[in-house]
Design a protein around this ligand. Sequence first.
Ligand code: FAD
Ligand code: NAI
Length: 466
Amino acid sequence: MKSYDVIIIGGGPGGYNAAIRAGQLGLSVACVEGRATLGGTCLNVGCMPSKALLHASELYEAAASGELGHLGIEVKPSLNLAQMMKQKDESVTGLTKGIEFLFRKNKVDWIKGWGKLDGVGKVKVSDDQGNVTEYQAKDIVIATGSEPTPLPGVTIDNQRIIDSTGALALPQVPKHLVVIGAGVIGLELGSVWRRLGAEVTVIEYLDRICPGIDEETAKTLQRSLAKQGMTFKLGSKVTQATPSADGVSLTLEPAAGGEAQTLQADYVLVAIGRRPYTQGLGLESVGLQTDKRGMLENQGHRTSVPGIWVIGDVTSGPMLAHKAEDEGIACIELIHGKPHEVNYGLIPGVIYTKPELATVGKTEEQLKAEGRAYKVGKFPFLANSRAKINHETEGFAKVIADANTDEVLGVHLVGPSVSEMIGEYCVAMEFSASAEDIALICHPHPTRSEALRQAAMNVDGKAMQI
Ligand code: FAD
Ligand code: NAI
């Protein structure tokens, strides 16, 4: 029986980064992945293909809406959806092959097939030919990720009622796309299809979009998306969806109860969250159980069984690729005997719509609930010269600092390219920077990043350009 120091089950951002770090540290390591390509949800059907379509559809809309015309660039675009999908698929293939290269470089064995725990220290792998091979490892890391949460009464058939994977590969632009769930997937993929010409209605159970995100920031994004033509039905629940050959008939009701109404769509995207994936993993063979949400609990990445670790979407915390990556690194460093910790208070989140939304640290609502005194500095992109010259003036930078110490506690951005700018505050906050520290640091002009500095200045009411 082949034996390794570490076997990782799952080749997504959690698993592949763990495997690479194990290889770097000189551990003998294998990664078991059942999918035909490495990279997990993120590279195959998540982060990367969605960003490819967001990028392409943003450019298409800029041309189609007259935005380019306003800059003096006259074009009449026509949509070649097949080519848009092809370039997305080619990029995804390039990225997944890239992980294979990194595995070879770091001496990681890719064991192709579905892994199943077979007692402590043992993993059985079934390949697509039906062969079963058993392997041994001192440590096993579970990194099996997540899958879309189903919605009772709305059965995903990936024909007319689709999940995010279906929404990344529609064969045509829907006339009317109904999205259930105003979370990250709903807003990003809803944006893609709206930009390409679909009427998009987003149905959300709560009375706000993006629960958990700073409320003022989420509302600002909602206003922008509504202005672009996305329709929001908040405080509503879908009770039934009946598909036919060319569409879906939906029944919805106010979440608090009340009169039902019907809605016709040609496609329905169910995006109400994701749930941990542990199917067929043989947890019972080691005496592990999931909690009522299907999640495997951890304490410092350890399960309750010595030698079995867990990282990424399948365990607690935000379901984000960079969180899975950080846990992968920390877990392997711990296995190797070095102390390592993930700072869960500083995991940034981004919604890649236009404008983008980026956030790190505490929201105003959290600080209020904690009873912590805070100050807020805001600066609108309308007053930022680079944003103004580029006609991208929606949104703001908002910095929340401790009222007594001035330490930055949270940063919430809606605006152009904020996904690329939030990292500045991740670094600053990791070093416990004060708002004044940021206000004193020279930022290049003209850049949108100046709005981040001005917001920090405004924590003490000293923004200069407003
Ligand atoms: P996964 O990436 O899900 O990988 C788990 C892997 O394990 C899978 O490949 C699966 O095939 C494999 N596996 C499962 N069971 C077994 C088994 N028994 N044997 C062998 N292999 C197994 N996050 C971001 O941070 N930024 C984004 O922009 C972003 N966009 C997203 C867009 C969409 C549409 C979706 C759906 C998700 C997005 N996410 C994004 C979330 C991100 O994809 C996940 O948080 C991330 O992939 C989690 O990594 P993971 O390694 O825990 O699991
Ligand atoms: P989500 O948790 O972001 O949003 C789900 C939304 O659906 C919530 O607003 C929730 O209130 C609502 N909802 C729940 N049940 C409902 C119901 N019955 N009817 C109507 N609305 C309902 O989940 P989403 O968008 O599915 O994304 C899944 C995960 O993938 C997220 O955890 C996210 O972190 C990750 N992701 C990250 C991205 C990024 O970082 N840019 C992009 C896409 C996904």
